[in-house]
Design a protein around this ligand. Structure first.
Ligand code: HEM
Ligand code: HEM
Ligand SMILES: [Fe+2]
Length: 449
């Protein structure tokens, strides 16, 4: 760690883990309710558990990306952060808002519209927190006069993320119009602005972990980003097929949806090229493993699983089935969750000045990855069952669920339990890193791990 203010990232990373644990817990509860509908039905109804599951996800990914940004920006600008006090203030503001939001959901205080259910008052607090963040990062970069490709892409992603959030803060009388702009938040986040942030953080980590030079990365970064913007903007059409928008969205959504995996594929190729041709590999192999894993899972979960349902002629059968959830899980996990964890594995050991214990990080990587891939493919099976029996054969929804889909969903629960085991290993590893001296054994040090 070159600058003292990079420590501002630490709190963000710790809170990221707390929210991850909460997300997983509520995922398990809702997954169990698919099989046993009465399970905790009074204390934690499905709709509330689900809202908490996906809101804690959005929150922890945002905290992780902000932590990574606070760590990265001083390094790239060769300067201290503009204000660590502001970073701390912003942390507490957003963390308290997040906790209040989750408690509020339990009591039914929600605005509806999945992923961004936080009520209006909390929305404004989030806006203040995000503006403080942008100000802090923006001033740091401007004062340093050191714009480079990573900082430019990162900052445009962060600014875009903030602007898009505003489109989820207005209610429209027409449900079609409401959905139209709700997607400006959801789609333009994950397939636009968050992708830019992910591309910038990937580039930064590649430089740190493989020793490749920035100038080698820059042209790829710009190419990826241009493609993300070109395909992602009109790709929003794949959500406009059935919500009452004009018919021209059918071909637009289909064609640009089909092109959307290209930039993601480029990111995989890019990562592999740099790993293969790198002059020196950093001793932190765990972070590199998570980074490479993220690139591949991003491509399969977001790219492949998304593209198979993006053509209107297919989507009219698959829309809103478990196929959607299959894609949603693996995409979020690969594109953002794994990247945040890679950034944490790189940054946290440097912040606390201790060596990462390689074996737990590798165990967590495989257990979490394999169980999430299984969960996603199981949901894929559930989705195909639904499409065939409900939509093609016209069988009753509840009949199909009880007699056929639940078979898959029971296995999803099993995969969820395995994922929880992986999460515990991960959290335990970071706890050891943060609190106690890690048990780095002699062999690891000798092997340069
Ligand atoms: C990191 C990137 C991505 C993430 C995190 C992501 C996540 C999601 C999520 C969570 C949903 C469900 C939304 C809902 O609740 O209705 C969804 C829907 C969808 N995504 Fe993605 N996605 C990503 C990229 C892509 C890409 C590259 C494609 C490919 C073209 C794609 C195609 C689709 C389609 C067609 C739907 C609608 C499914 C339906 O009709 O039910 N996504 N995505
Ligand atoms: C123990 C692990 C997990 C379990 C058991 C689980 C279970 C569930 C369940 C039951 C739902 C509701 C699905 C529905 O309404 O049909 C859900 C939704 C969702 N979960 Fe998870 N989940 C887990 C981990 C994760 C992780 C790690 C992520 C991402 C990083 C994630 C992302 C999502 C998303 C994006 C949705 C909304 C999907 C959609 O709208 O189609 N989950 N999850
Ligand atoms: Fe989309």
């Amino acid at each position: 760690m070159r600058f003292e203010s990079q420590k501002a990232a630490y709190k963000y990373f710790i809170f990221t883990l707390v929210l991850l644990v909460l997300q997983v817990l509520f995922g398990l509860i809702t997954a169990a309710q698919f099989i046993w509908p009465d399970f905790m039905a009074q204390t934690m109804p499905f709709n509330i558990g689900r809202a908490i599951h996906i809101n804690t996800m959005v929150f922890w990914l945002l905290f992780g990306l902000m932590g990574a940004t606070y760590y990265l920006v001083p390094d790239e600008t060769d300067s201290e952060l503009y204000s660590t006090k502001l970073a701390d203030f912003q942390f507490w503001l957003l963390a308290v808002t997040g906790v209040v939001a989750v408690i509020g959901y339990v009591f039914g205080w929600t605005e509806g519209r999945e992923y961004i259910e936080a009520p209006r008052l909390l929305d404004w607090l989030i806006v203040v927190g995000v503006l403080a963040f942008l100000y802090n990062i923006g001033i740091t970069i401007i004062k340093s006069k050191k714009w480079n490709s990573i900082l430019a892409v990162l900052f445009s992603g962060l600014a875009g993320l903030a602007v898009m959030y505003l489109f989820g803060m207005k209610f429209f009388g027409s449900i079609s119009l409401d959905q139209f702009f709700w997607w400006w938040v959801i789609h333009f986040w994950v397939e636009g602005t968050w992708e830019l942030i992910a591309a910038a953080i990937t580039a930064y980590l590649l430089i740190k972990l493989t020793g490749v030079q920035l100038k080698v990365i820059t042209k790829w970064l710009y190419l990826e980003v241009t493609l993300v913007v070109l395909t992602g903007v009109l790709g929003i059409g794949h959500h406009y097929f059935w919500i009452g928008t004009p018919e021209y969205w059918l071909p637009i959504g289909g064609i640009f949806g089909l092109l959307e995996p290209l930039p993601i594929l480029l990111m995989v190729i890019d990562t592999m090229r740099h790993v293969k041709h790198s002059p020196e590999l950093h001793h932190n192999r765990v972070a590199l493993l998570w980074l490479i894993g993220a690139a591949f899972t991003h491509f399969v979960g977001a790219g492949l699983m998304g593209v198979v349902q993006t053509l209107p002629s297919i989507n009219k059968w698959t829309h809103g089935t478990q196929l959607t959830a299959a894609h949603g899980h693996l995409a979020f996990y690969g594109a953002f969750a794994m990247l945040v964890i890679a950034a944490m594995y790189y940054a946290v050991p440097n912040i606390v000045n201790r060596q990462v214990s390689s074996s737990k990080g590798i165990w967590a990587f495989w257990v979490m990855l394999i169980s999430m891939v299984c969960m996603s493919f199981i949901l894929f099976g559930a989705g195909i069952t639904q499409v065939y029996l409900e939509r093609i054969m016209g069988m009753d929804f509840n009949y199909v669920k009880t007699n056929f889909t639940n078979f898959w969903l029971l296995w999803r629960l099993v995969a969820g339990v395995a994922f929880t085991v992986g999460t515990i290993i991960l959290v335990d590893d970071f706890l050891h890193l943060a609190i106690k001296k890690p048990a780095v054994n002699r062999r690891d040090i000798d092997a340069g791990l």
